[in-house]
Design a protein around this ligand. Structure first.
Ligand code: 8YV
Length: 331
């Protein structure tokens, strides 16, 4: 590429203004001003033309799409930490480097997880809905109305004890929850000690003993429906599930059926298996607090993500290994 010619960077969704401004200074950035998700055909055009593609969780960068990529496409700098939207193996075979944005979403996502851990047993959404419903009159306080369940002293089982899982554990510990976890690898003794965390090698055994489950692992072929119909049935009927990771980790239809049947006490869900579609049974239930994938939705977080994307692109274009390069074996 001639030194004077800026690389074409195609950004699939609207990003915070500061990020877009900087991208336009550095690159020949093609922005999505209208923020309408690109169709498969539009993404096909993008991979033909781009030197760098900046997709998000809403773009499926699969094998058929990558097979259309022009030879100049050498970097996919994902705006997001999860990379389950990208076929990493095909990208590797085609010599395309993939980067993500780890670390900068940790605290925001852990906050949202904690918010759901509090909101579901304490019936926050139900209480608000009661007050805002113009057809209902609140007669005032009652000793037996809107009773939820105490979280202090209960057992929290975290599935996936990476950065976000640990940040959830730190918060939950401060709220008096007992920390339990299941992870591919046991975390260091030091971390276990700090979090007073109990490791369960067997996910099945942990599930059967917890009061609240928090899903904090990435979605990979190995974690797809990790909480399968069989495993969901191991949960105590009094337990709650919170998911701020990826919908695909839970068998959503089975969860919805169990919520409806009263076989689980409730769920706090920020992510869904077929976004933006959601099983209507979940939305119909008072025992479900549902959020539209807002875990990392802070302006600070989104600017930090954009900053990471820019650093990854810039470092790569300068001929160095981008800091957040994803290796398929990591997931
Ligand atoms: C992001 C997320 O906002 O980064 C992730 O993995 O789940 C979200 O919080 C989204 O993925 C942006 O692409």
């Amino acid at each position: 590429m001639p030194a004077s010619k800026k690389p074409i960077v195609i950004v699939t969704r609207k990003l915070p203004e500061a990020v877009e401004t900087r991208m336009c200074e550095l690159f020949d950035a093609r922005l999505n001003v209208g923020d309408i998700p690109m169709s498969h055909a539009e993404l096909g055009q993008a991979v033909k033309a781009a030197d760098v593609l900046v997709p998000t969780v809403t773009d499926r960068i699969d094998r058929s799409l990558l097979s259309q990529a022009g030879p100049q496409l050498k970097l996919i700098a994902n705006f997001g930490t999860g990379v389950d939207n990208i076929d990493l193996d095909t990208a590797r075979v085609r010599g395309i480097i993939v980067t993500n944005t780890p670390g900068v979403l940790t605290e925001d996502t852990a906050d949202m997880t904690m918010a759901l851990i509090l909101a579901v047993p304490r019936r926050l959404a139900e209480g608000t809905a009661q007050l805002k419903d113009p057809h209902r009159h609140w007669p005032g306080w009652s000793p037996t109305w809107m009773l939820g369940h105490r979280i202090w002293g209960k057992r929290l089982g975290i599935i996936g004890m990476g950065r976000i899982g640990q940040a959830v554990a730190r918060r939950a510990k401060a709220f008096g929850l007992q920390i339990h976890y299941h992870n591919r690898r046991r975390v260091s003794e030091e971390t276990e000690h700090e979090l007073e965390a109990t490791y369960w090698e067997s996910l099945d055994q942990m599930l059967a003993r917890m009061d609240i489950i928090s899903v904090n692992c990435p979605h990979t072929p190995a974690t797809y429906h990790l909480l399968s119909a069989r495993r969901l049935k191991l949960l105590k009927p009094s337990s709650y599930i919170v998911n701020t990771a990826r919908g695909e980790v839970i068998d959503e239809n089975e969860l919805a059926r169990m919520v409806e049947a009263g076989q689980i006490a409730g769920a706090g869900l920020d992510v869904f298996e077929n976004e933006p579609a959601i099983n209507p049974k979940l939305l119909a239930s008072d025992r479900v607090v549902a959020l539209p994938h807002m875990g990392s939705a802070t302006i600070e977080g989104r600017i930090d993500m954009g900053e990471k994307v820019i650093i990854n692109i810039k470092t790569f274009l300068d001929g160095h290994n981008p800091p957040d390069r994803v290796h398929p074996a990591m997931f």
